[in-house]
Design a protein around this ligand. Structure first.
Ligand SMILES: [Zn+2]
Length: 282
């Protein structure tokens, strides 16, 4: 197989006719264990107005598109690789915001992350791990670090339940089906505004710490109950943490963190409206 394959990408937005050929490395389709590959198409690549994600199957055919609107305004730098002195803007410039949001989500859930690289580099691996460690303070300590894997080894890779991304930002395997990361995006957006990495990390850590407090509060509630309703979690967060608006994503994220990081049985968390419906059917 050639080193690269060409994809004919059409902008999926209604009434928009823009299209362009883009090249992706062919090895990303070689691992038979994983499903489709997600490729972020930033504004300016295929279309000047729109950005989206394409899902490409193992044969290199585009299966679907998702219109993902990540509203991060990043000063994109000329950096090609992450060698020294990186901040969040550099990472977004190199791997893209979509891949970074996937990484942050995985770290939050304590799911292993592998980054597929052309050449392994201990220096870069340490550097990226340091960045992540600074974003997730004690929480991240002693947990699974990011691991670099070369392309040849990736072809034979069998572990499931991990996030695999390419160093250019192609998302090769995820243990989840969501593509929108509202909370992580909110935090990232907030952090990117800070002047240097130190300040960015403080903002990010604060956000994570606050969220973890909520998760642990819900974990306590869960301990003494057979059933905990999502509707009640929402009102608990409003009453106890004065959170004005609790979204469905907040609830989903709390459930996922409880399940993956805290290994809790989340089948006790249910929707009251759904239970009521079942009752009425009897
Ligand atoms: Zn377009």
């Amino acid at each position: 197989m050639a080193d690269e394959i060409t994809l004919e990408v059409k902008c999926p937005f209604e009434g928009c006719e823009n299209s362009k050929k883009i090249k992706v490395p062919s090895y990303i389709f070689d691992n038979k264990e994983f499903g489709s590959v997600k490729v972020q198409i930033n504004r300016g690549i295929v279309c000047d107005q729109h950005q989206f994600v394409i899902f490409v199957d193992k044969k290199g055919r585009i299966r679907s598109y998702e219109k993902i609107d990540i509203q991060l305004e990043v000063e994109r730098k000329e950096k090609e690789t992450l060698d020294e002195d990186v901040d969040l803007n550099d990472i977004v410039s190199v791997i893209g915001d979509f891949a970074l949001l996937n990484v942050l989500h995985a770290l939050f859930l304590d799911i292993p992350v592998v980054i597929i690289v052309e050449e392994e580099s201990d220096k870069r691996q340490t550097l990226l791990n340091n960045v992540c460690r600074n974003l997730f303070p004690e929480l991240f300590e002693s947990k699974k670090p990011l691991k670099f894997v070369n392309r040849t080894d990736y072809r034979k890779f069998k572990i499931k339940n991990l996030l695999a991304i390419d160093e250019k930002g192609f998302v090769l395997a995820t243990p989840w089906t969501i593509n929108q990361f509202d909370f992580e995006e909110f935090l990232l957006k907030k952090s990117l505004g800070a002047k240097d990495f130190k300040a960015q990390a403080v903002i990010f850590q604060q956000g994570i710490t606050n969220f973890i407090k909520k998760v642990e509060y819900i974990q306590d509630l869960l301990k003494n109950k057979d059933v905990l309703y999502e509707e009640d979690i929402k009102s608990e967060l409003t009453d106890h943490f004065m959170q004005k608006k609790v979204t469905d994503y907040d609830i989903d994220l709390i459930k996922e963190v409880l399940k993956f990081r805290y290994l809790e049985d989340i089948s006790k968390i249910k929707l009251r409206s759904f239970d009521k419906l079942k009752e009425s059917l009897w």
